[in-house]
Design a binder for this molecule. Structure first.
Ligand SMILES: *[C@@H]1O[C@H](CO)[C@@H](O)[C@H](O)[C@H]1NC(C)=O
Ligand SMILES: *[C@@H]1O[C@H](CO)[C@@H](O)[C@H](O)[C@H]1NC(C)=O
Length: 578
């Protein structure tokens, strides 16, 4: 009979039924003291409640177990600690740890693993590590718990050490470490580990592929992202909503938003995140009308937008210059959905107004925001001031920005550029002096380009690439050819302490120019060139890239910090407005 009950408990998929089983067991006296299988049934029920996401019922059963005079065994502790990790209930877990210690059960491998997991989930990694280090016996569960614990707090160094020390890794270890690198923005390492994982014969599952796609999206590694898509197709894998969304994001961020749309259309179920990702992707590409159409379609299909979806919709307006639609959407947040705009939404609106030259309206919005404007609000306002060369308002913004971000190089660089391009060289110099005095370092420009599945990285003025000689020679040729087409180096925005002659050379070595020269050498005629840049594209590089697209008859897709630029036949989809 007892085995019948235990199968029932094991198969139960609804906490309500579990409660009924528990009542039958109680009525039969099987949970009372004196019953030979009392501990066994308590344990089975404790485990089942946790599995069915009712860990609080597990805690109640555990106290019943103690109250009925049973002695918990190692299984009881293993299961109750899982419940405590899930809730999470730190103090109850600590009491369980103490009790296990008292009963001498804290030397069991399974109890130790549960303790490691419990301590790391409820916040004290050092305690988890202590237990891990003190154990003489560890299995892959112990190692994986430690790896996940470090990944959760972003400590990749320690996660990697544990991973490397592990005698036999399993799929979970690989998945955890790859997710760690992908989330931490160390995309190159994530992809490197992904190929090693396959070399060692592990078959990646959905979660790992989602991490890998995120890494591809971050680096603009289209070929590798496509490989994952192909892999899924050739294995007949079901593309669930998580994989689908990751694919859409990857395609959008790699400049192939239409392939993302195809995935989106084929998805059998779409949740809010999938819709939002698609809307954001279209917005990034300046396809605001389509993004907004999708937003309305989402509303019609009964999916209720949250504040992140609204950010997607407002950004779409921003990149397409749809001021009136933006105002409408902003108002509908509260009026239709009762969502109070957050500082991010104000940021989008200020960006939208400022980009379209409505600087005074933008300033009014900033001044009457119900919360303190943050650096991104001021930053958006200031970018508008820069575009329309309104030095007074820019200074007004900078005063606030510098208070909020005293150490950010971006603010100073932007201000110096505004001064320089409006002829106030003494002021520009002053800003440069301030930066030096405060020891603020400029973030070096960095551009990534993928050639035949390998991502190459270029820094500003970088001479470390193996083919640097050919690259610089190619740049000379490019410059000669685009000069004939009308290129004049734009020196106004170069913020470097060097004299005028050297400036042009410094422009020539901006990371995207090196990357384009390299891509022109390394790809066949007519192939599209894709770059990912960490900063905003500068005006000079933007001008040069437009001409290169015409002279060399290439499409060049550049993702910078904020949006996409598609250069084709001498013009750019951003319409020189970014
Ligand atoms: C479990 O941990 C305790 C103390 O933290 C330790 O003494 C014991 O050896 C460990 N058990 C195993 C199986 O490693
Ligand atoms: C800026 O840098 C200084 C010195 O490096 C430091 O003391 C200060 O806390 C930093 N401020 C902020 C807001 O990061």
């Amino acid at each position: 009979m007892s085995s019948n009950f235990s199968t029932l408990i094991l198969r139960c998929s609804d906490p309500k039924h579990l409660r009924e089983i528990q009542a039958v067991l109680t009525a039969g006296g099987l949970l009372l003291s004196g019953s030979s299988s009392g501990v066994f049934f308590h344990n089975s029920l404790i485990r089942a409640y946790t599995r069915l996401s009712s860990p609080c019922s597990s805690l109640l059963l555990f106290s019943d177990l103690l109250r009925s005079g049973f002695l918990p065994d190692s299984h009881s502790f293993s299961f109750i600690l899982k419940a405590c990790s899930l809730i999470p209930a730190r103090f109850t877990g600590l009491s369980a740890h103490a009790l296990a210690f008292k009963l001498g059960l804290d030397s069991d491998l399974f109890v130790n693993n549960s303790l490691i997991h419990f301590h790391s989930v409820t916040g004290v990694i050092a305690d988890a590590r202590l237990l891990f280090d003190r154990s003489y016996q560890r299995d892959s569960v112990s190692y994986n718990s430690m790896i996940s614990a470090y990944v959760r707090v972003g400590d990749l160094g320690n996660a990697r050490n544990v991973f490397d020390e592990m005698p036999t890794r399993d799929g979970i270890s690989w998945s955890a470490i790859i997710a760690g690198y992908a989330q931490g923005g160390a995309s190159k390492e994530a992809l490197r580990l992904f190929s090693r994982m396959q070399e060692e014969g592990f078959v990646p599952e959905g979660k790992t592929l989602v991490s890998v796609l995120a890494a591809c999206a971050h680096m603009g590694a289209l070929e590798q992202g496509k490989w994952v898509h192909g892999y899924l197709r050739s294995n007949g894998a079901k593309i669930d909503v998580f994989l689908g969304t990751a694919l859409i994001d990857m395609y959008a961020k790699c400049g192939e938003v239409d392939l993302g749309l195809k995935v989106f259309d084929e998805m059998p179920e779409k949740n809010l995140l999938a819709w939002t990702t698609m809307i954001k992707g279209l917005g990034m590409h300046g396809r605001g009308e389509e993004a907004l159409q999708l937003f309305s379609e989402m509303e019609r299909s009964g999916v209720v937008p949250d504040d992140i979806a609204f950010i997607g919709a407002l950004c779409a307006c921003t990149h397409a210059g749809l001021v009136d639609r933006g105002r409408q959407i902003f108002d509908s947040m509260y009026h239709c959905y009762g969502l109070r705009p957050k500082v991010e939404h104000y940021g989008c609106m200020v960006d939208l107004l400022a980009r379209n030259g409505l600087l005074n309206e933008a300033k009014e919005l900033v001044d009457c925001m119900p919360m303190e404007p943050d650096a991104s609000v001021w930053g958006a306002f200031m970018a508008g001031c820069r575009f329309y060369r309104n030095v007074e308002l820019a200074e007004y913004a900078v005063k606030h920005l510098i208070q909020l971000e005293p150490n950010s190089s971006g603010v100073y660089v932007l201000l110096a550029n505004i001064y320089a391009s409006s002829g106030r060289h003494a002021d520009a110099k002053m800003v440069r002096y301030l930066m030096k005095k405060k020891r603020i370092e400029k973030i070096p420009g960095c551009t990534l380009v993928e050639i035949r599945g390998i991502v190459h990285q270029f820094l500003v003025g970088d001479t470390s690439h193996a083919q640097i000689k050919d690259i610089l020679m190619k740049w000379d040729e490019i410059e000669d050819r685009i000069r004939l087409a009308g290129y004049v180096p734009n020196k106004k925005e170069v913020l470097l302490d060097i004299n005028e002659d050297e400036k042009e050379d410094a422009l020539g070595r901006h990371s995207e120019k090196l990357a384009i020269a390299f891509a022109l050498i390394s790809t066949e005629d007519g192939a599209t060139i894709r770059l990912v840049k960490n900063l905003r594209v500068c005006t000079d590089c933007h001008d040069a890239t437009k001409l290169i697209s015409k002279v060399y008859e290439r499409e060049i897709v550049v993702r910078d910090r904020t949006r996409f630029h598609l250069f084709k036949d001498g013009s750019c989809t951003c319409k020189d407005f970014w």
